[in-house]
Structure formats: C-alpha cells, structure tokens
Design a protein around this ligand. Structure first.
Ligand code: NAP
Length: 444
C-alpha cells in the first residue's frame, strides 16, 4: 500500500483523495490546519448558498473509505516541517490554498473600518482565527472594492435582512451583529466596466432578488469598449452580466430601506479619516479599447465608514517549499512540484496553491484529476518511506499536538447540532478554537 499525505481538506484536497482512492492500492491522510474539514466550503462559501455548501456531504463520503483518514489541527511549518512530513509518506500533495488577502496599496488602508473581505467572510463564517467581537457594523455606508463573486457575497450578507440568515449555520454572535447592523448603503466599486467584471451571473442576479434592497446602477457608468463588445460576443457570462446591470439601470427604485450600488470605472486612490475611515476617494477611469482602465484625474469622494477590500486572495508560502511570489503559487508542471526547475519526486500541488485563486468549486475536480494523473504516471519513481502509518500521529503526540480525527470532527458536528437546538435553530457553527477542540475531545 502506497501512502500519501494531502495538506489541506478543501475541495481540491478531498477531490484529490477521492481520485487516489479509486486507484485501489493507495491510502490517504488528509491533513488540515483546522480541526474542521472542507476549507472554503465551510469557511468561504456564503452561509445562504445552501446548494454550494451541500458539496460538503459529497466530500464527507470520501472518509467512508477505510483507506482515508482526516488528521486535523496540524499546521505544516509549525507542528511538522515539510521534510518531516515527506519522510512519513511516499508522496505529499499540497492543497492548502490561498489563505491571505491582497491589499490595495493606497493611503489610509490601515484606518479603523478598513478591512479585508478575507477577514469579514471568515468572521461571518465562524472561522476560529477571527475574534468573535471583530465586527460591530456601526457604519451606514460601506464600500466594497472589487467586482468578483466575493464582493457580491459580502454585499449580499451586509444588505440582506439578518432574519434571512437564521436558517443558516452562522454563529449566534454574527446573527446578533447583523440584526443590529446600521448599514443602509453598500457600494460595490469596480475599476473597469461591466463587461470586465468577474461576477458569475447567477450570483450577480441574486442581488436584485433581495427583499428590502434596491439595486442602483448609473447608466452613464455602463461603458463597454471594443474589447468589451468582443467579450460579450465570446462569453455568455459576460453578455448576461451586462444585460443584468443594463436592466437594473432602467428599473425604477422602490424606496426600500437598503440599497446596493453597482459602480464602475472608479479606481480607489485614498481612504480618508484621522483614525477611522470617513470617506474613500476614487479616480474616474476610462477604458482604452483593450479592456484596460486608465485614470482620468477626476476624483470622486464617497462618504463611507467601512471599506471592505475584495480584490482577491493571496497564497502564503511555507518554509522549505518553493514559492513563486509573482504568481502566488508553488511552481509546478501539471501538479508536479518544481524545485530549481525540476520535478521533485513525490511532491505535488493542487487547487489554488497550484493554479492561483480562481475558479469555482467544480474547477478543483478537473484540477485534481490532472494532479492525480501526474501522480499515477510517476508512482513507480517515488522515494518510498520506511515510516509506518502511525509515524506522523506519533511524532505529533510527542510534541503535544491534539490531532483531530474524523470521528472527533463528527463530535464537533454533533456539538454544533446541540448548539443549534439550544437556540431553536439548525446546526450553528462553533467559532472558537477552545470550544472546537473541547467538542472534539468530548468524543472520549
Ligand atoms: P476575483 O474574481 O479575482 O475578483 C477580484 C476583483 O478585484 C476583480 O474585479 C479585480 O478587478 C478587482 N481588483 C483587483 N485589484 C484591484 C485594485 N487594486 N483595485 C480595485 N479593484 C481591484 O476574486 P474574488 O472575488 O476574491 O474570488 C476568488 C475566486 O473565488 C473567483 O474565482 C470567484 O469566482 C470564486 N468565488 C466563487 C463564488 C461562487 O461561485 N458563488 C463565491 C465566492 C468566490 P480587475 O479585473 O480589474 O483586476
């Protein structure tokens, strides 16, 4: 039996495990920094996206196999080094994604009230790294910078009535803050035009379906240049996005209590304020015919008390792993990790750490297929480990690391169901490290 460790239990990691298990003679340990599996399915997909979240049920089935183990609460680089991990397995697959946020690099970015979508999403998703009192939502006007699906998620969660989220697994402290939120206006700011936006149309449309929320679009900002016209002709998603915002631009406002503004051709240049954000300055841009935006020098000031930058994720490197800073990925060829330009035997990458932070959950399936294809082609040439299946758990036990197994994760799930029952809700996420680890330990 060949033994493989996969670092990261998000969709990319688990799809890789599933494909390897189909091969038969391979056992797989899926390792995660958190005591909970599923990566961004649990801590990124918005709580009201039930259908996407239900992918977790399919991912869970992978652990029905006696050849698959989940080993949670293990951080690569802190609890175990890359070379120690490699010595315990015949092959290692890095699937730890892109956990950090990208910055705007403008003045005022560190004022109070300026936050990353990565942090805000993690907070409302009950991620244990985010303090439960991190957000109060005293702001009335919020700017969300970026035209991707994360910006849409953030705007929707900020604008939709908190009561809508009672039927989800958001932690109770999040529901309380959202219920008391003073937010009335959310401005989604794109630096290019509607044809360049990265939204998927299904997600974009949802903004127009929220109760109590008017969507506001200025028709003068719906500029489509030659490159945009070509994109509309070539890509149905782009065409539908442009159709949707054009329709909204014509729709009469209904005088509803909250508004989402979709703004285009505005580039953030400065956040204004002494200690707290009071406004954002944006420079009007124009498209150059090739879908690039150039500044016009015209500055527009928007009064806001909160700015959420939603301009993409960024991967963080781990000691002893090669890392391409520019691309934010582990250098690889079809998933084979490259050290000094050569494929390193028995080392692979998959998911966002392999290809960058793009694509939807399903994209990871084909990505995993490619990496597993490379792995199976190379299998005979892997350096074989002498270590047994307990080598890693034993090493971690010596170091006092509380490894969370699949059975212990199921105990966390039970505790979340209990927590929900007390609150007369469905399962409610436990959001603190100590409580998660205590729930895992309760199994014993
Ligand atoms: P994204 O799709 O890459 O969008 C990032 C946005 O930020 C782009 O509009 C980009 O504009 C803008 N941007 C970057 N730097 C900027 C700057 N300095 N100033 C102003 N704007 C800037 O990233 P994301 O929204 O974080 O999403 C990551 C991935 O997860 C995507 O593949 C997304 O589809 C996926 N996702 C999917 C779902 C879903 O399916 N429901 C939900 C959430 C996330 P430019 O184009 O001009 O660079």
């Amino acid at each position: 039996m060949v033994r493989v460790a996969i670092v990261g239990s998000g969709p990319a990691g688990i799809y890789t495990a599933e494909a390897l298990l189909r091969h038969g003679d391979i056992s797989v340990d899926v390792i995660d920094r958190l005591p909970c599996p599923y990566g961004l399915v649990r801590y990124g997909v918005a709580p009201d996206h039930f259908k996407i979240k239900s992918v977790a049920r399919a991912l869970a089935r992978t652990f029905d196999s006696p050849q698959a183990r989940f080993l949670g609460n293990i951080q690569l680089g802190r609890d175990v080094t890359v070379s120690e991990l490699r010595s315990c397995y015949d092959a290692v697959v890095y699937a730890f994604g892109a956990a950090a946020d990208r910055r705007l690099g403008i003045d005022g970015e560190d004022l109070a009230g300026s936050v990353s979508a990565t942090s805000f999403v993690a907070w409302y998703s009950g991620h244990p790294d985010e303090a439960i009192d991190r957000y109060t939502l005293d702001a009335e006007q919020v700017a969300v910078i970026g035209n991707g699906n994360v910006a849409v998620d953030v705007a929707r969660v900020l604008a939709r009535p908190a009561e809508d989220l009672r039927g989800t697994d958001v932690p109770d402290h999040v529901l309380k803050v959202l219920s008391a939120s003073r937010v009335t206006d959310v401005h989604i700011i794109g630096r290019r035009g509607p044809a360049e936006a990265k939204f998927t149309t299904k997600e974009l449309r949802e903004l127009g379906e929220l109760t109590d929320v008017d969507v506001v679009v200025d028709p003068d900002e719906l500029v489509v240049d030659e490159a945009g016209q070509a994109a509309i002709a070539a890509d149905a998603n782009v065409r539908r996005n442009v159709d949707v915002v054009r329709e909204w631009a014509e729709r009469p406002l209904r005088g509803l209590p909250r508004r989402i503004y979709l703004r285009f051709l505005l580039r953030p240049v400065r956040l204004v304020g002494d200690t707290d954000v009071t406004a954002i300055e944006l420079e009007r841009t124009r498209l150059d015919g090739g879908a690039r935006a150039t500044g016009t020098g015209e500055i527009v000031a928007l009064p806001v008390q909160m700015v959420v930058r939603s301009v993409g994720y960024r991967a963080v490197s781990v000691a002893d792993l090669p890392f391409d800073d520019g691309g934010g990925v582990i250098p690889n060829r079809a998933g084979r990790v490259l050290r000094d330009g050569r494929a390193s035997p028995g080392e692979y990458a998959v998911g966002w750490i392999k290809r960058g932070p793009t694509g939807v959950i399903g994209t990871n399936k084909s990505d995993a297929t490619e990496t597993v294809h490379s792995m199976l082609e190379d299998l005979e040439g892997w350096p074989r480990s002498e270590a047994g299946s307990e080598a890693l758990p034993d090493l971690l036990a010596e170091r006092g690391v509380q490894v969370v197994t699949w059975a212990e994760w199921l105990a966390i799930e039970e505790a979340e169901a209990d927590c929900g029952r007390l609150l007369e809700r469905g399962p409610v996420k436990i959001a603190e490290w100590s409580a998660l680890l205590a729930a895992a330990a309760r199994r014993h």
